[in-house]
Design a protein around this ligand. Structure first.
Ligand code: PRP
Ligand code: ZN
Ligand code: MG
Length: 224
């Protein structure tokens, strides 16, 4: 299934999509994004872009289905922990951290509730999309808890009586504010990263990746 063209998976839409497209453009990769295609071909380089849900990107890399991917470290770590649990492949190589997609994964609770540390979360139910990262953190603190798995609208869970607290991504804090929640504990800090699958690459692909990395270095430095 190895194709000659370098396959890069990026988020189709969402917080990383625009900046991924911009980064590739600045690296000189010409792509026409119009239309609703899953795969788009670069016009001037042997590169195919896969436009997918961000949640799918770590698995595509770990299964060796695509060569490179851009993904938030939070999503990457959550999938890695899940795959270790399931005994599925969980390897990847970090090529570089990028300068966008910054956010943090935090535990938040009702703003009127007192909070003096992780022990206050003992035996609470916490709604989250990131059960594995949350569990790793709580295990380290030695605090037991239960989860309420939600893929969206996590911030509504306390008000809806589904959970006592939440563990969700925070960037500006506007979502917490709008839902009467306060940030109690930051458990993971995340940025977008460029990752590569394990295994060997053709000489052509290796050279192309080198070239992309050099250009990326220039693009990121120019912004600093
Ligand atoms: C995340 C998170 C919050 C919001 C926080 O959602 O789930 O809803 O961003 O950002 P803020 O602190 O700037 O308000 P995202 O935009 O990733 O969408 P999703 O919840 O639909 O996955
Ligand atoms: Zn997602
Ligand atoms: Mg959200």
């Amino acid at each position: 299934m190895q194709t000659q063209r370098l396959r890069i998976a990026i988020q189709k839409k969402g917080r990383l999509a625009k900046e991924c497209q911009e980064l590739l453009k600045r690296c000189g990769v010409k792509i026409n994004y119009t239309g609703e295609r899953l795969v788009v071909h670069a016009e001037n380089m042997p590169i195919d872009l896969l436009l997918v849900r961000d949640d799918d990107i770590p698995g595509l890399i770990m299964d060796g289905v695509v060569d490179l991917g851009v993904i938030g470290e939070n999503e990457l770590e959550e999938v890695r922990l899940e795959r270790i649990k399931l005994g599925e492949p969980s390897q990847y190589q970090l090529l570089r951290r990028l300068d966008f997609g910054g956010c943090r994964l935090s535990i938040a609770l009702d703003k009127d509730q007192s909070y003096n540390g992780p022990q206050d979360l003992a035996n609470q139910r916490i709604a989250t999309t990131y059960p594995n990262i949350l569990k790793a953190y709580m295990d380290k603190q030695g605090v037991s808890f239960s989860t309420c798995m939600l893929n969206g609208s996590v911030e509504v869970a306390p008000r809806a009586g589904l959970a006592d607290a939440i563990c969700d991504l925070v960037s500006t804090g506007a979502t917490l504010e709008a839902n009467g929640l306060k940030e109690a504990e930051v458990i993971f800090r995340s940025k977008a990263v460029l990752i590569q699958r394990e295994g060997s690459f053709s000489e052509e692909k290796t050279a192309l990746i080198e070239r992309l990395l050099t250009r990326m270095q220039g693009v990121i430095q120019a912004k600093e």
